[in-house]
Design a protein around this ligand. Sequence first.
Ligand SMILES: Cc1ncc(COP(=O)(O)O)c(C=O)c1O
Length: 492
Amino acid sequence: MKIILDRRSSEPVYLQIRNRIRHLIEAEKLQAGDRLPSIRALAEATQVNKLTVIEAYSMLEADGLIYARPGAGYFVYEQSIETPVPATFAPRQEVIIPETREMSYFEICTAVGHANLQEDVINFASGFPMIGAVEDLQRIARRAVKGVGDELFRYDFPQGQIGLRKQIAQLLLHKGLEVSPEELIVTNGSMQGLSLTMQHYLKPGDWAIVESPNYHGALAVLQGIGARVIGIPMTPDGMNLMLLEQYLRSHRPKLIYTISTLHNPTGITTSQPHRQQLLALAEQYDCVVLEDNAYEGLSFEAVPPPIKAIDRSDPTGISKAGRVIYLGTFSKTLMPGLRVGYMVVTGTAYQALLERKLLSDLCVSTVSQAIVSEYLATGHYRRYLNQLRTQNLTNRNTMLKALERYFPQEATWTVPNGGLFLWVTLPEGLPMQAICHAAALQKVFIVPGSTFFPNQQGYPALRLNFSQSPEAIEQGIRILGDLLKTRMKRCS
Ligand SMILES: Cc1ncc(COP(=O)(O)O)c(C=O)c1O
């Protein structure tokens, strides 16, 4: 492969390399599966620094044109983003207003955590991403704490380190959300931002809108506050906006909680018009929007800017926009154990939420913040994310094919463009608890989809985490498929 660089050009060298390779792939001079020269070989051939080649390869990875195979090098991508099967998600549209929730979030988290510790269990129930090479993590963590003064080990400001907030602001800019570091609060995971916001805006008895099904952690927080929940059903395009308007009018809720990108558990990403309409309704009925995009970084393709990016109004009437509070996290893209998330709060709520945050935990671990900051500063974050997305895409496609092969014909599922989960809808009448038990006996761990409905019932469904090895996915889905078919025969 010959790459001629123009050193007098205003185009940076890494971009020239990326554009040349891109051209070779598009012109099919480099074919699917072809191996690219090693970083060192290309750096020598073009007489550039190895970091320049790494930068170019990282961009090609982000473009979805090449992928890294650990220990083997870089290859031209073999799969297209095209999904192997079309989505068939068409659930019944039932609004759920629960009286109580019986199974506690604590119990579910504990059970999932224990299953994760068992090496021979295929855990489809967890909300965890795959963890990258441990040596990389150790190296970056060491670098993050090396050579810094004792300030790293003191209390920090509740809003978090300014350097990290600047980096997060930069990251958000790439997602189409322009914020200043002064509008960011670093939180202990997005769960803390979620709790603080709900506690700030809701009193016992207040109404709150959620998508149904939904992230069970958010449902548990609402229950803890004593808020009344209205579960608006998901359609293939996001929350059913017609029903949303109906319930905004009839119940005057104070808050809408939405996962606009790569929704947990369905994996659905809403369109720009859906986002605009949801915000317009929130404005019309004077309701705060809590946008929790924990999985946004894991998208296989470009997604619309967050709802926060089109937030122009302020419920307090003060000029700065402040209707939407946006949550993000490094838990799903880097690792959940660091507990680093962030919230974007504009307008008058910022100070109030910051004070709540201070009373909640004083500050986020300075060491964790430093590790995330090091990942971002060195470009490792982007590279790691590219690898993770490539791996997730392979895993998602493996799961889709396995579902097609092993699951009963009556089952349907969403085809998410990223994230960690897909959502399988099953025929009515299946004894889901018994199926989960039977699966556990064969070392496949699942929790019933009812966990994600506000009333812990809903239609029979499963949320399946595809961040597993392709072998585990194939085996686990085969076991589940057999179980479901056997149960269906018994039910008929
Ligand atoms: C939608 C959603 N929000 C928030 C969280 C909490 O994540 P964190 O680890 O950042 O607190 C999760 C975790 O599963 C989630 O799925």
